[in-house]
Every structure is written in C-alpha cells, then in structure tokens.
Write a protein that binds this ligand. Sequence first.
Ligand code: FAD
Ligand code: NAP
Length: 531
Amino acid sequence: MAVQLKRLLGHDNFTIYEKSDNIGGTWWHNRYPGCACDIPSHFYSFSFALKPDWTTMYPGRDELHEYFTSVAEKYNIIPHCRFNAMCLGLTWDSTRSLWVCTFQDTIGGEIYKREAPVVVSALGTLDRPFIPQIEGSDTFKGNAFHSARWDDTFKPQGKHIVVLGNGASATQFVPELVNKVGPEGTVTQFVRSAHWWTKRGNPKYSEAFKMTMNYVPFAARAYRLLLAWELETVFFSFHMNARGSKMRQAIREATYAYIENDAPPQYREMLKPDYEPGCKRRVNTATYLAVLHSPRMCLSKDRVVRIGPDHILTEAGDRYPADAVIYATGFLTQKWLHPIQIKGLEGRDLHQMWEASGGAEAYKGTVVTGFPNFLMLYGPNAATGQHSVIFHSECQINYSCRLLRKVLGGQAESIMVKPVAQQQDLMWIHEKLKGLVFNSGCQSWWMDPVTKKNTFIYPDPMYKYWFRTIFPRWSDFDIKKSQSSHFPIMTSIGVALSFGALMWSLVSLSATAQFFAESSWSVGAKWLANH
Ligand SMILES: Cc1cc2nc3c(=O)[nH]c(=O)nc-3n(C[C@H](O)[C@H](O)[C@H](O)COP(=O)(O)OP(=O)(O)OC[C@H]3O[C@@H](n4cnc5c(N)ncnc54)[C@H](O)[C@@H]3O)c2cc1C
Ligand SMILES: NC(=O)c1ccc[n+]([C@@H]2O[C@H](COP(=O)([O-])OP(=O)(O)OC[C@H]3O[C@@H](n4cnc5c(N)ncnc54)[C@H](OP(=O)(O)O)[C@@H]3O)[C@@H](O)[C@H]2O)c1
C-alpha cells in the first residue's frame, strides 16, 4: 500500500505504525524451522517487483523476508515506519473529518495519539496466535511457545517435545524437530482433525531458468500468468456440483494413496480426513508423513487435559514427559482487527456491529458503511482458499488507491460505502458461498465457530475479484465534497506494514479504468463492477 501510494497517487505523506520491530509481518514473526511459503514464489511476490532469481518454487522464510525488505528499501518505505507502535483505538471525528488514532509504545508503554484523514488497516489475519487454555499450563517449567513466536534460544537436542496441532505450520516444523531431537529426544504430536495432505516437493530453479526469467522479455510475466491460472483452476474443485465433486474425488484418492504409501500403518486411519477436500486449506508437504516412521515420533488423537511442571496428561489418563510444549494451534482469525477499538460515525462501534451480524463483513472486503476513509487490506471475504494472498492484497490496494484518489487529492473530505450497497454485496457473497465446499460442514479457521458465518472466503475465482476491483462503482459511495479549496495537506496512516501493489498490467489500465468508472454512461464499467 505504501509503495502504491507513492507510485500511483504520488503521495508520500503517510506513516506506517507497526507493533513489532521490523517489517515483513508473517515473514518476520514466523521463524519456526522449515517455515516457507506454499504458493509459488514467482506468484507470491509483487507484480511491480518481480524477482527473477528465486532459488526454489517455495522458498523459505529468510528468503521471503529478505525479498520484502528489499522492496521496502527500493521504494524508500522504511523512513515512513514507526516501529514498536501498537494501534489501540481509532475514533472518527465527524466535525473535522479526521481519524483520532491511539497508539501504545510497545517498549516504554507510553500511550499517544495521532490524527489523520485516512486510515488503512494492514493488520493481517494470521497475526494473533491462538493458545488453548489448558489447566496447569502456568505451572509448566520447560519451554512453551507458539509456532508463530518461536523461541530462537530453544535447543531441541535430547528434549521431549510435545506439539499441539497439525495444520500447515506443524506440518512444516515437525519433520525438522524429529531430525534434531537426536536419539534421546522425542516428539509427541497431539492432533484433533486430519488434513488434506498433498505430496509436493520444492523444485530448485536452475541458473538457466533464472537467466531466462531475467533476460527474456516477458518470460517472467508469462510464467506468473501460468502459475496464476494453475491456481485459479483449483477453484473449480470448490463447487458443490458434479464437476467439483469429480475433482474432489481425484484429490481424495491422491491424498488417501499418499497416506497409504507413505505413513506408518498405525496412523493411517487417524490421518485420513473425513470432510470434503478444500473445506479447510489443504496442506502441502514432502516430508511429514515419512517422518512419522521415526522411532522418536509419536502421533496421538488423545486430548491434552492438563499440563504439569514437566509432563502433560491426556483425557485417556496417559502421562507424557515434556521439556517443551509447542502450540501449533493456529490464530485468532475471527478476532478481526483486535484489539483495536474502532468508533465510526455517531460513535458506532465496529466490533459491536460485527458481533450483531454474526461475524466480520465489508463491502468488497475493503470498506464498511459507517466508517468513512477507513480501508482494510486482507479484509473479510476477500480471499480464496488456495491462492496468493499477495495477489488479492494487490487487488485491494489498487482499489483502495482509486477510492482514495479524491480524498488525498483534496477534492473530497470523505468517502463511505452506502449501507444498501454493502448489504447487496454481502447478500451475493453469502448466497454464493452456500454452493461452495467451504460451507460444506467442516469447522475451518475461515468460519466463526459459533455463528458458522464464513468471514474469509471470496466466493469466486480471484481473477473475477481483480476485475471487480478495477472499476469502483461510484454510485455505491457517499462522497463528501471538500468544504474548502485549500483542504489541508493530507496525512494517511497505515497502521501496519502491508504487501500492497498493483498488477503490472493494471498500471497501464488505471487511467482508463478511472475514466470509465466515472462515466455514468459506461456500460462496460458497470458490467465489470457488477459481474
Ligand atoms: C506461516 C505462514 C505461512 C503462510 N504462507 C502463505 C503462502 O504460502 N501463501 C499465501 O498466500 N499466504 C500465506 N500465508 C498468509 C500470510 O499471512 C499472508 O500471505 C501475508 O503475509 C499477509 O500479509 P499482511 O501484510 O496482510 O499481514 P501480516 O503479514 O500478518 O502483517 C500484519 C502486520 O500488522 C502488524 N500489526 C498487527 N496488529 C497491529 C496493531 N494493532 N498495531 C500495529 N501493528 C499491528 C503485525 O505486527 C504485522 O507486522 C501464510 C501465513 C503464515 C502464518
Ligand atoms: N506456506 C505454508 O505452507 C503455510 C505454513 C503455515 C501456515 N500457513 C497459513 O497459515 C494458516 C494457519 O496455519 P497453522 O498451521 O498455523 O494453523 P491452523 O491451520 O489453524 O492449524 C491449527 C491446528 O491446531 C489444531 N488445534 C487447535 N487447538 C488444538 C488443541 N487444543 N489440541 C490439538 N490440536 C489443536 C487445529 O485442529 P482443528 O483442525 O481440529 O481445528 C488445527 O489442526 C494456514 O491455513 C495457511 O493459510 C501456510
């Protein structure tokens, strides 16, 4: 977002408030062994900052963090960052058309306020670790930490390690731990449900391939497009129709065969998922099932009910020694924007509104009625299950820049989506979700556990989301014209670092799109906005 504010709007009067001490978000916080992306790097990267020399298809966390840092440095974003600044509150001041923002210094504890006409939230959704409340956990004497807050001082050699959870994070680090505990150590993993494991290696890119990406015109673009299309085709398997069912059957057979061939017999039934493939995000691995053969590894479906100073106890009454407990138990994904208190027009509380409606919601996943000049990246119902988050974030950033053009240009004081437009968008989303696998009965982190509202998934392929975010439908917005021709110089605030950017192809389209979108006679633009 920061880069595109500069590149697309020529606007560099903004500050990024980041609660941690570095940029990179996910790729800064997650440091567990084996941490890597599972979307091909040539597509899990910015369209305006291609990297021809990715080492592998699914690079590790260090290479990803280096990449995001290099982009921030290239566009001189670091000087805009204020680190160790945790956003606690946002209150809209209608009389001055400003957000009053409250921050806390995470080191000194000092609370301070800043004002800005625009706030863009880039808080991410996989940022707030979830740790289950287990009786006695406060008495534990060993190392206890969450996968996303890895204890860098922890040495696995010779330790009895208990792991809770078996999602994508645990699947990546458990094989690494098993290889590091040595003959005296053990890894005991407690799992709740099975996942749709997909066997997948991590091909290295050859020097010839890197040179092709670097020097052959459009080669990197063409490769990106190919990867994007491959990911889009997965969406067809999400439909609860005959074609989707056939595709899911193929996935089912592949996963079951993988389990039969690679996993030890005693774990095979435990590892087989009993819900529809795709209902939860599939987990890719080349090493996890094989490592279950290790005599140092134990997998259990028993439930941990108590933690003692040096052991854990299970529901079945078994006691396991424990020098370390690692929580790979996911994130508080339904606590959207927590712990920020957000008050919009007439003191409306965003969290209360979302609670009343059974879960977070927004128009095109980006803006909420009642909250002018407030935009969210990776907002509700803006992503699909098996696609690049960078891609849809770029769509949102692109869209946000278009919405903000007038406000940041001084022609408007505020922009807010109309209630009826938001209602219609949400009706369409939730109606369409009914026909997709995500709502077929499993409990995933995309879904509110109580209301069962799916607050994450966009119910169409991502290329359609891209189309729909090219042309804002201006009739869906209330735009308050600027009172004075000398509207004060704007400051926009991003409350966290974001990965935003615009597709290269869109850069050339942006001026055209603006023209079409503002022309009420433009049938093409209206069609794109509606379909
Ligand atoms: C281990 C892991 C692997 C993943 N792999 C993939 C993958 O392969 N492909 C894919 O598409 N997606 C993947 N994801 C999803 C990933 O989160 C996104 O791809 C991407 O990182 C989201 O970027 P973001 O900037 O929106 O959020 P984040 O990267 O989560 O960044 C949010 C930032 O906001 C800051 N912040 C949060 N709250 C506050 C506050 N109150 N005040 C100030 N700052 C705050 C955080 O410190 C953080 O720096 C993965 C997620 C995890 C956890
Ligand atoms: N690039 C990658 O390969 C990669 C790597 C890591 C993460 N990610 C992204 O981050 C998301 C989150 O991944 P994650 O693995 O961190 O979290 P997750 O997918 O939410 O997995 C957490 C796991 O912990 C289990 N669990 C929760 N409480 C438990 C308890 N008390 N006892 C035992 N098990 C418990 C859950 O079981 P249930 O399934 O029964 O709820 C779930 O399997 C992924 O879906 C993906 O989008 C991607």
